[in-house]
Design a binder for this molecule. Structure first.
Ligand SMILES: [Zn+2]
Length: 74
């Protein structure tokens, strides 16, 4: 097992495919890699995996909304 802490430091874990990647965007405080970003953009309801991606987005969104509500209550 080899650990390269320096290179891992700039990589983040994608919330959909759970792969470490350097390229991507942040969505609702979560990291989304370029691959998944492209898949989401090109995804249609007829595609295999649509429900999977949709559910991931719903999970993230609900988590985000929970955080917002929580902050507002303090
Ligand atoms: Zn990904």
């Amino acid at each position: 097992m080899v650990l390269h802490m320096e290179s891992i430091a700039t990589k983040r874990k994608c919330f959909i495919c759970e792969q470490q990647s350097e390229d991507g965007i942040e969505v609702l405080g979560k990291f989304l890699c370029t691959n998944c970003q492209q898949k989401l953009i090109n995804l249609s309801p007829f595609d295999e995996g649509y429900d999977f991606y949709r559910q991931k987005m719903i999970d993230i969104w609900e988590g985000y909304m929970r955080d917002i509500k929580y902050e507002n209550r303090i």
